[in-house]
Design a protein around this ligand. Sequence first.
Ligand code: YSA
Length: 346
Amino acid sequence: MTKTLEEIKSRALDELRNLNDLNEIEAWRVGYLGRKGTVTQLLRGLSSLPIEERREAGAAANNLKSLLEQALAEKQESLRKAELDKLVQQSRLDVTLPGHHVQVGRLHPTTKILREACAVFVAMGFEVVEGPEVEWDYYNFEALNIPRNHPARDMWATLWIDYQNEAGERPMLLRTHTSPMQIRFMEKRQPPIRVVMPGKVYRHEATDATHESMFYQIEGLAVDKGISMAHLKGTLYEFARRLFGRDRKVRFRCDYFPFVEPGVDMAIDCFICQGKGCRVCGDEGWIEILGAGMVHPDVLRRVNYDPDVYTGFAFGMGLERIPMLKYGIDDIRLFYSNDLRFLEQF
Ligand code: YSA
């Protein structure tokens, strides 16, 4: 019996030493220590031995069982550790590998020019204020001398909000210009006023090289005693000089807006054709950047300012047209088509 146990022991330990895989080890366990395993069978067979041999053989067989169980536990542990070491080795940070390229964002060209333009006005003593893009008919039209059914409404192809009041009217819209901010600001403040009010505006119109259906405007307003057309022209000339440089030409022409009297528009000579006429300027040689004028006395009265005491000038400029003129961008639609090849140039 002792000889058999010694043979089993050395065979089992030899086999176990050469195993390197958890599945093989499990098969080894079943073969020796499982329900029908060699050692288990041996223990079961003890009952057939004579009583005097049984005790000694039983102790020896149980010792063998414990020894094999311990050898098994150590082997499993060392294999698990080896596997873990392998995993750690594989996932170790290799600082010599090339890194991932992180794309750095930048400001959109509209944001840049908006900040640049506002900074010029701030340097001239204007403050900066923003307002709502969804607007009431009253502020966008009525308070600006453009009542319902006034033909001037056709100048601003309007996107109306699908909301009806009790009278069955649709009084809400996406603002077509930043001019409603003139009224909102004057309702809240008293002269002297010097303010610029930038923001998005929306028009239901076909797009082309110089027209978008969503674009930015900067509204300007100055109200005080003794403000004249000379202040308007001086301010806008200075703005153009600071943004475009001394060499660009500026043109003022009479224009009509119901909320000013007199009204003008201001244009800069076309950067592409130098005033000769091309696709971008529509063969005019000039690109209009803003409408302006002296605030109409009725508008002043509407916000309870006395037009015999106060006068004011106002302007509304298309923001995207400024970088177009400054950097020679020949299509306004590039600004909002999210093409990185364009955006990365700024
Ligand atoms: C006029 C007098 C004032 O006292 C104050 C403001 C104004 C401007 C008026 N509110 C207005 O919106 N006039 S406008 O329709 O001629 O637009 C002003 C400027 O916005 C234009 O000169 C042009 O530069 C730009 N613009 C107009 N439609 C555009 C556009 N830019 C891009 N896409 C469009 N569809």
